[in-house]
Ligand binder design. Sequence first.
Ligand code: ADP
Ligand code: F6P
Length: 347
Amino acid sequence: MKKIAVLTSGGDSPGMNAAVMEVSRFAALAGMPLIGIKRGFNGLIGKFRPQDSYTEMSMDLALDIADLPGTYLRTARCEEFVLPEYQEMAVNFLRKMNVVGLVVIGGDGSFQGAHAMSKLGMPCIGIPGTIDNDLEYSETSLGFDTAVNVCVDAVRAIRATSRSHDRPALVEVMGRNCGDIAMATAMSTGSEIVVVPEVQNWDIQDVVNRLDSLIRRGNTRATIIVAEGAYKTMKPFDFNAFLEPYTQVFEGEAMNARRMGHVLRYKTASQVRSNVIGYIQRGHEPTAKDASFAFEAAHMAIELLKNGIGNEVIGLKNGRIFHMPLDKALKIKPQFNKEVYELINSL
Ligand code: ADP
Ligand code: F6P
């Protein structure tokens, strides 16, 4: 019997399990059994024992995992998958199992793997799964909405203590190269300052000036949202030289939330406190928005594979689900929303 396979790859994101469950339901409707591939592309190249590499996805199992954060199928890097011999091995493995199509849930790296396998004759469909929302072709990806909601809850909780003590708060959110989580969090919480990796050579002195001006205008508990990737794109700042007169120095170490908080604290003479939200952003059950995207994306993926169509990715535009060629999607350059960035920082 012709089968479908599904795998999750890259960083886990809320909604991956929901998508696997929906793929399972729509595959069953199409009369095609589903194989769950474990640990990303590793499960296709014989790296682990068979029981650690793949599993039959029973409906009972799929329904059990649907609401859970993380990914039941596990996820892992598979560095050798850039090599054609491993991609061929993966396609042969799937063919031997009677698999006629693979759903790859992940980010741009995972989509490269899916593209390579599609070119070798195994139809693959990509569903975007990353909290960072760094795939430009789609306005959202599984987990982004959930991660933003986690950040909004956290900022509101941090605000309670900021407000009580008249202290500004610096809050670091995730986003390796993309400031979408930071911008959406800032907008949804009325945060006064946002710092993102898309702005090259941003100056910490500008953040200080802005915070100073807010304090002078009577706002003693402003919130500064910083995307973790932004430290890489800041104008060089000698943190060690700066702190020397004040306290202990940590030679040769990069900027981070705690240090940035110190700089703001000393330069504005306010009691700035730093917070890093971290992995909690990946650890919640998916919001309704992420879960309904999983539903529609899974349906479209199975419809395509049922008709032998591969090398496509699923996305959302103006709230509507769509698909497009994988290689075209990967070529779309990220567009930074400078207007929103300036608006947040202007109030
Ligand atoms: P994401 O999918 O979230 O971008 P990664 O960049 O870590 O995450 O990529 C996930 C996996 O995708 C890698 O570990 C590797 O197995 C596979 N991959 C990444 N780049 C390529 C590539 N150029 N060709 C084939 N496979 C790739
Ligand atoms: O899922 C994307 C992301 O959350 C990035 O924002 C972050 O830099 C990265 O994953 C960290 O993931 P890990 O620590 O698992 O490599």
